[in-house]
Design a protein around this ligand. Structure first.
Ligand SMILES: Nc1ncnc2c1ncn2[C@@H]1O[C@H](COP(=O)(O)OP(=O)(O)O)[C@@H](O)[C@H]1O
Ligand SMILES: [Mg+2]
Length: 235
């Protein structure tokens, strides 16, 4: 093993561009974004609405491909992965948390958290056990059998965080995870992600347009009009 294995970033994006076509009109959402994210970082991407945060998160999360530029994950050039290999790669290494929680309404909290494991073919009993532990980790051990509509917004987002954590991913991407929460629950969700980052070493990247939530991040990257205009290490 060489030193390069130690310093290699978890994620390296190089000169990413993303153009959307709306009929004849080209919309350039990202104009050349480069970023290295190292394992165990806790990083916020912030900036006004329309600055390209979601576009960047979808590219980092391998949901979308850039129009130009490179995305390296764990030293692998993801452009070289075929479609089904990308799905598998993403399923094992990346967890997602969304603004709208995206829980399945007819399933209990436990069943929601079990889903990504079942998709990976983990046996039912093992999936149940791991999901139960993930709910305990986020402080919802007593809410296993509740359906989402019986939970508060903050609790729903905690279930979503448990669902992202349960596959033991390298990276969790949370696109505006607090946009539908009041300020108290927003702080609670950021604190919970921070705690999971520290205790499990999972890398977190979240986006927000609310600068008040940046108090406890290690690093904040400011996007404006599809460009990184500040990249500040704060702790
Ligand atoms: N699928 C799409 N088709 C066309 N334009 C898009 C699409 N997704 C995003 N955009 C445009 O790209 C720009 C950046 O959007 P987005 O990444 O959603 O910003 P943010 O998440 O910071 O609000 C905006 O001008 C938006 O209208
Ligand atoms: Mg967005």
């Amino acid at each position: 093993m060489t030193n390069s294995n130690i310093i290699q970033p978890l994620l390296r994006i190089k000169d990413i561009r993303r153009r959307f076509m709306l009929g004849e009109t080209a919309i350039d959402a990202l104009h050349g974004v480069s970023l290295d994210i190292h394992a165990s970082e806790f990083l916020a991407v912030w900036g006004p609405s329309g600055s390209g945060k979601s576009t960047l998160m979808n590219i980092i999360g391998l949901i979308d491909a850039p129009t130009a530029g490179e995305v390296w994950f764990d030293g692998e050039d993801t452009h070289k992965l075929k479609d089904n290999a990308i799905t598998d790669f993403r399923g094992k290494r990346i967890g997602f948390v969304f603004q709208s929680f995206n829980l399945v309404p007819v399933l209990s909290a436990l069943e929601n958290v079990m889903l990504p494991l079942q998709i990976q073919g983990v046996a039912e009993a093992a999936a149940r056990e791991r999901a139960a532990q993930a709910l305990i980790d986020v402080g919802l051990g007593k809410f296993k059998s509740q359906r989402p509509d019986k939970l508060s917004g903050g609790q729903r987002q905690r279930v979503a965080i448990a669902r992202a954590l349960v596959v033991e991913p390298r990276l969790i991407i949370a696109d505006e995870p607090t946009a539908n929460l009041d300020s108290e629950n927003s702080t609670m969700i950021i604190d919970l992600m921070r705690q999971m980052n520290r205790s499990k070493g999972v890398t977190f990247v979240f986006t927000t347009h609310d600068p008040r939530l940046l108090a406890h991040v290690d690093r904040k990257v400011l996007l404006r009009d599809g460009l990184i205009v500040e990249d500040e290490v704060t702790q």
